[in-house]
Write a protein that binds this ligand. Structure first.
Ligand SMILES: *Cc1c(COP(=O)(O)O)cnc(C)c1O
Length: 395
């Protein structure tokens, strides 16, 4: 029998040979920043739960009691019958938290970008996209059908030239991550705002890794850089520092009304489970009330970063926040280093193409509030001991 999927085996083969095949692992989550893999207890330095809210007893209790009343699934899309009090309260809280007129929820951050970009631009429009933007922003641009102009990472002169060149078409949209999570680098938001203003473009920023972490109130990099009133569209996720699941957009009442009517990824998908919304609501309350969580995390990350730089590891010089990458170039080196760390009791992500450009495979270490200073110290000690050995073994 001829199998029309024969090509899959052939396509998978080079991935295996180049060390690019993805491993599916089973992780048993434990509290206090640990997890268990293959029976071994590991410190989890590979999670996006920066503030340790996914395991906060107050958040769990809130989710539990919502599930008891509302059940597990939302049972319909938000516009049909899936939008409950928990959804409405979360929308309200997100709008208040970000100081915006309104908010709308999406099934995920990924879906938020797809739905929002394609609702704001289409054929006859132009969208400008940083080359290192998250895949969901790039896919949103492609889905929209607008002309896609990709500019070199954070190269504002390139972007300016493109904006100049494409001044004619109906609408212009600039999309960017606020924190580029593979390098832990911030986008130059004030300059982007000025360019958007000057060339009559809308600026959409994705604060996925910044919400809850940066700024006086934890609202993200737009707050830290004091440009909140100049950014028209703010996308975020509930799945990282907020520790829950789902995506959201905040902005003007008109923007949100439009997304309710035109963002297909929320219109044609089932609403988030009410318990998930209840949990996210509680987490945001904690983020508002306990600024010391993010402050401790940021200062710990800063010392860790300095220590690694002192040891001459290749980590981006302007990096900020709880993500600390160490560039090891070859995918094999990154995987071997992660394996070695695992032997030592630490779970750290190895990131390879296509997630990052070729030749820039890396370890990505993510600190969280669950870790103690001593653990972070120990990880640094082990990195110093282990990294030269694992990389030289390969060359
Ligand atoms: C993680 C991430 C997303 C996706 O968010 P999910 O809620 O996990 O789907 C979108 N954008 C950026 C920049 C991200 O880092």
């Amino acid at each position: 029998m001829s199998d029309r999927l024969d090509w899959l085996a052939e396509a998978l083969d080079p991935l295996r040979r180049q060390g690019l095949i993805r491993r599916r692992r089973r992780v048993k989550p434990l509290t206090d920043g640990y997890c268990k893999i293959d029976g071994r207890r590991l410190w989890n330095f590979a999670s996006n739960d920066y503030l340790n809210l996914a395991h906060d007893p107050r958040v769990i209790e809130t989710a539990r009691s919502a599930a008891q009343i509302a059940g597990v699934g939302a049972t319909a899309s938000p516009l049909v019958s899936g939008r409950t009090d928990w959804h409405a309260r979360l929308e309200q809280r997100l709008a208040e938290f970000e100081g915006q007129e309104a908010a709308v929820l999406f099934p995920s951050g990924y879906a938020a970008n797809l739905g929002t970009i394609s609702a704001l631009v289409g054929r006859g429009d132009v969208v400008f996209c940083d080359r290192l933007n998250h895949a969901s922003l790039v896919d949103g641009c492609r889905l929209s059908g607008a002309k896609l102009r990709v500019y070199r990472h954070n190269r504002l002169e390139k972007l300016r030239c493109e904006l100049e060149k494409w001044a004619g078409p109906r609408r212009r949209l600039i999309v960017t991550d606020s924190l580029f999570s593979m390098d832990a680098l911030a986008a130059p938001l004030p300059q982007l705002c000025r360019l958007a203003e000057r060339y009559d473009a809308v600026l959409l920023i994705d604060e996925a890794h910044a919400t809850g972490i940066f700024g006086n109130h934890g609202r993200g990099l737009a707050e830290l850089m004091a440009v909140e009133d100049q950014v028209s569209v703010r996308v975020g996720t509930l799945s990282k520092a907020i520790g829950s699941m789902g995506g959201f957009v905040t902005g003007s009442r008109d923007l949100i009304d439009w997304l309710w009517n035109r963002a297909q990824t929320q219109m044609f998908s089932t609403a988030l489970p009410p318990a998930v919304c209840a949990a996210a609501c509680k987490s945001i309350e904690i983020i508002m009330q306990e600024p010391d969580r993010r402050e401790r995390l940021l200062s710990r990350a800063e010392s860790f970063r300095l220590r690694l730089r002192d040891c001459e590891f290749s980590t981006p010089a302007d990096g900020i926040g709880p993500i600390v990458p160490i560039i090891l170039n070859e995918p094999g080196s990154a995987v071997m280093a992660a394996d070695e760390l695992e032997q030592q009791g630490f779970l750290v992500a190895s990131i390879r193409p296509p997630t990052v450009p070729r030749g820039t495979s890396r370890l990505r270490i993510t600190l969280s509030c669950a870790h103690h200073d001593e653990d972070v110290q120990r990880l640094a000690d082990i990195l110093v001991r282990v990294l030269p050995r694992t990389t030289t073994a390969l060359t």
